[in-house]
Design a protein. Structure first.
Length: 194
């Protein structure tokens, strides 16, 4: 997937003028890219469009106007874009009750080390690869970046009626979601973009 560059972004004044419409369109777009696995795990699949939005929001919130600082953000988010024949996602461990945050997060310690998150396509498992550095022996972050390397021969299946499931099987947390046609097509576009 083509990397983002500074000229892809609006300055903060231009962005402010179109932000409401831009955000609404992006939220609608992300709806088909957001997959919930049970009550605590949600993945949002990322691409140039979603990462561009993240950078624009950071520029706005932090009032970034200098090319050097904007370039630093671009480099961080470009590193999260999917590579050839792969999909990238942000995984959120979601906890709605503040008093339960630590206890629920602790239940997921070790998640990043195994093969517990995967796509199932025609009986094949495509395991998630977690970005390192977001878990220690006694604590885990609530946000993770994951990558799925998709075999070339499986990519066309995202465009047809083939059943594709995203699953998690970790300790006693077992959940599965069959991707909708719209979700599959959105991911297929990522897998086939240059």
């Amino acid at each position: 997937m083509q990397k983002l560059v500074i000229k892809d972004l609006m300055n903060i004044l231009e962005y402010e003028k179109v932000r409401n419409t831009y955000r609404q369109e992006l939220m609608s777009y992300k709806k088909d890219r957001r997959i919930s696995l049970g009550p605590n795990i949600t993945l949002t699949f990322e691409n140039r469009r979603t990462m561009k939005f993240q950078i624009q929001e950071i520029m706005r919130a932090e009032r970034l106007v200098h090319d050097e600082t904007i370039q630093e953000e671009i480099e961080v988010y470009n590193s999260l874009l999917p590579k050839s024949n792969s999909l990238s996602a942000t995984l959120f461990i979601e906890v709605t009750e503040e008093s339960k945050i630590k206890s629920i997060l602790n239940q997921f310690i070790g998640l990043t080390e195994g093969e517990s998150l995967f796509f199932e396509i025609r009986g094949q498992k495509i395991n998630a690869e977690f970005e390192a550095g977001r878990e220690e022996s006694d604590k885990i972050s609530s946000v993770h970046y994951v990558n799925f390397k998709i075999n070339q021969e499986l990519i066309p299946l995202f465009e047809n009626d083939e059943e594709i499931k995203l699953q998690i099987q970790y300790k006693n947390y077992f959940h599965s979601q069959t991707l909708s046609s719209k979700s599959k097509l959105s991911l297929f576009n990522d897998l086939t973009s240059k």
